[in-house]
Design a protein around this ligand. Structure first.
Ligand code: SAH
Ligand code: SF4
Ligand code: F3S
Length: 439
């Protein structure tokens, strides 16, 4: 009988991508993938450590897994950024973990499992080295058969002072352009309709590669591939958003009309403390340029409130940029202290109460803006990519516009994975409702 394996994913798109690779590795080892922890033989926790809350969640899960391990000898493997950060320290609290590895090492899962299973003397395998290498290419299949992601680069050199990522993902290294284009072709041939390019800083793509291997050229080469598909990417850095990239997006409708441009703070003083490399005015000028060159663009962002020394005045600058940028949506976070980062050592840490209060005000403003933008869709006909039945109502199809708005409409399940036109009838803040336009 086949053994079962389970992958539980926390964190960002990068981890989602690496979980898909882990699943493929396990399938190749003849495991059956299941989501049912009670009947699994090997469980992977693919972890995140970007904010404090991540650890609490993982500790809870590790407690749960001990019970399953005691019951059926399930092997416990912890991968991802929290595993890389903590390394063998994790064994102090959780001595029953079998394997601890950073995601640059997932290619070595087969040998690590073999070591644990074949040599009774080996109690644990810990693989947190090789951080600076480009990991070997690993194939992946993605759950919904609609969206495939491709890592175009690993690591980060930016060292924003609040951020742990550069310490757990190592230095920047980029995948050769020809390889990415080849992989995109394969995914498009397999029928994927949305290609998502991933790196911590996508628009510094090509550093260390040849002169032709720039992010703009990569996007253009991908758009030149035949087929009906849409291209997205996360995350660009405002400082590195060059004109050639804006031009390529403007002239290629295959590139989604939605850009994620992390703001972090609207105050030039705080941006400097964060080591972001741009001012409030430079950021606003970039947004203005993008909106002028690509008028139908939607913009989303990440914002941190309550960074050390952030005053009410600094926070008002953030609200000001939010008002001016008119984001479609924003991921908004309270600053969370990460040991080992520069910001952790700074003076002037703020109380949770202040952070909380600012976050609530920011969310209120952004919700208003999101609602306003949503309402502009009324009566429009939008080309959407159908993702499948809606989670809440199986008789309704869920789809997304190029601007990444969710659109629900009644239609046959056979439309799944197709682009169709939908007329928008009703606009709620986070969801649009429409009807299929018959051809
Ligand atoms: N490389 C990407 C993603 C980084 S992590 C980028 O630069 O955009 C995703 C988001 O988490 C960041 O954009 C930031 O807003 C948030 N974040 C990172 N460290 C944080 C911290 N210590 N506290 C709160 N939010 C943080
Ligand atoms: Fe973190 Fe900044 Fe790198 Fe993004 S660019 S991963 S926020 S250090
Ligand atoms: Fe988390 Fe690592 Fe992604 S810390 S946000 S999983 S890069």
């Amino acid at each position: 009988m086949k053994k079962n394996a389970t992958v539980i994913t926390y964190g960002c798109q990068m981890n989602v991508n690496e979980s898909a690779k882990i699943r493929k590795i396990m399938e190749n080892l003849d495991y059956n993938m299941t989501e049912d922890i009670e009947s699994t033989d090997v469980v992977f926790l693919n972890t995140c450590t970007v904010r404090e809350g991540a650890a609490t969640q993982i500790y809870g899960k590790l407690g749960d897994l001990k019970r399953v391990r005691d019951k059926r000898g399930t092997k416990i493997i912890i991968t991802g950024c929290f595993a890389q950060e903590q390394g063998k320290k994790l064994l102090e609290k959780f001595p029953y973990i079998d394997i601890i590895m950073g995601n640059q090492n997932i290619g070595r899962i087969p040998e690590a499992l073999d070591e644990i299973e074949s040599n009774k003397k080996v109690k644990h395998v810990i693989l947190t080295e090789y951080e600076e290498q480009l990991p070997p290419r690993i194939d992946a299949d993605f759950d919904n058969k609609i969206t495939a992601s491709i890592s175009i680069g690993y690591g980060c050199n930016n060292f924003c002072t609040y951020c742990i990522v550069p310490y757990v993902r190592g230095r920047e290294r980029y995948v050769p352009m020809a390889e990415i284009v080849e992989q995109t072709k394969e995914f498009v041939k397999k029928g994927y309709k949305e290609i998502m390019l991933l790196a911590q800083n996508v628009n510094s793509y090509g550093r260390g590669l040849s002169k032709e291997e720039t992010f703009a050229n990569l996007l253009q080469n991908i758009c030149d591939i035949d087929g009906d598909f849409i291209v997205r990417f996360v995350s660009p850095h405002p400082r590195d958003f060059t004109d050639d990239v804006i031009d390529v997006i403007a002239k290629n409708p295959k590139i989604a009309r939605c850009l994620h441009i992390p703001l972090q703070s609207g105050s030039t003083r705080i941006l400097k403390l964060m080591n972001r490399g741009y001012t409030k005015e430079q950021y606003l000028a970039l947004i203005d340029k993008i909106k002028t060159r690509i008028p139908d663009i939607a913009i989303t962002t990440d914002i941190i409130v309550g960074f050390p020394q952030e005053t009410e005045e600094d926070f008002l600058d953030t609200l000001d940029v939010v008002r001016k940028s008119k984001y479609d949506t924003a991921f908004m976070f309270m600053y969370s202290i990460r040991q080992g980062t520069k910001a952790a050592e700074m003076d002037g840490h703020l109380s949770d109460d202040i952070k909380h209060e600012r976050l609530q005000r920011l969310i209120a403003l952004q919700t208003e803006i999101s609602k306003e933008i949503s309402e502009t869709y009324a009566g429009r006909v939008e080309r959407v990519l159908v993702e499948g039945p809606s989670k809440k109502n199986k008789d309704v199809l869920s789809s997304r516009t190029s601007t990444n708005k969710i659109v629900l409409f009644e239609g046959d399940k056979s439309l799944e994975g197709h682009f169709v036109d939908v007329k928008i009838n009703e606009c709620k803040t986070w969801t649009l409702y429409g009807e299929l336009v018959q051809e």
